[in-house]
Design a protein around this ligand. Structure first.
Ligand SMILES: [Zn+2]
Length: 203
């Protein structure tokens, strides 16, 4: 990532988008409009046990024209002020060193990691199920719309929504958490249906 920025990205003359390969835009969005007034917009990550924030490398918008000291931003992992951090952890230092940079960090929404992040109704939760046919109102109140409702009612496990639900993240696609092939086959089928419905593809 850092190499591509050093050799190509920082020479760009407009907005640059970094996006993870299992992260998908699922709502109509003008990134230019969304970035109005900001140099950088990203989903927020936090160093465990602290209030030290950094950019989620999976989704960052950089306005290369306006961000100060652009060549000093570092997307590498490694220790930050002595604490271990994941990819882009070093962007925390950019925020400290550039207090005038206009940076917007948006919290992600994790869904179906466990009972507390489940959006199923209480009865389905008690039966340890993420799929639920009784939660349409609940989902609408949580801000979900359109094809997102039937998708979430299928109960896709371990997913995320980013930047005000405009991006869907499959999450852990490389299976570093050791999920089975069967787990992914089932999850991919649900996600494929959802993405196709967003794109207006019907089979
Ligand atoms: Zn239910």
């Amino acid at each position: 990532m850092q190499y591509s920025l050093d050799h190509y990205g920082f020479d760009h003359d407009d907005i640059l988008v970094l996006i993870d390969s299992d992260c998908f835009l699922v709502r109509p969005l003008s990134i230019r409009k969304y970035m109005e007034g900001w140099d950088i917009v990203s989903s927020r990550r936090t160093i465990r046990g602290t209030d030290m924030h950094y950019f989620w490398i999976g989704l960052v918008f950089l306005d290369i024209r306006t961000m100060p000291n652009k060549r000093t931003i570092n997307f590498n992992s490694g220790r930050v002020l002595g604490l271990p951090a994941d990819s882009a952890g070093q962007t925390h230092l950019y925020m400290i060193e550039n207090p005038d940079a206009k940076i917007k960090l948006v919290d992600r929404l994790r869904v179906n990691y466990d009972a507390s992040s489940s959006l199923a109704c209480n009865s389905c939760k008690q039966r340890h199920r993420f799929d639920c046919a009784h939660n349409e109102q609940l989902l609408r109140e949580a801000g979900f719309v359109g094809q997102e409702i039937p998708f979430l009612q299928m109960g896709p496990p371990i997913i995320e929504w980013h930047l005000d639900k405009q991006f869907f993240h499959y999450s852990r696609a490389c299976s570093w958490d050791g999920q089975s092939e069967q787990f992914h086959t089932r999850k991919i089928a649900m996600v494929k249906r959802f993405i196709e419905s967003v794109l207006g593809i019907t089979n």
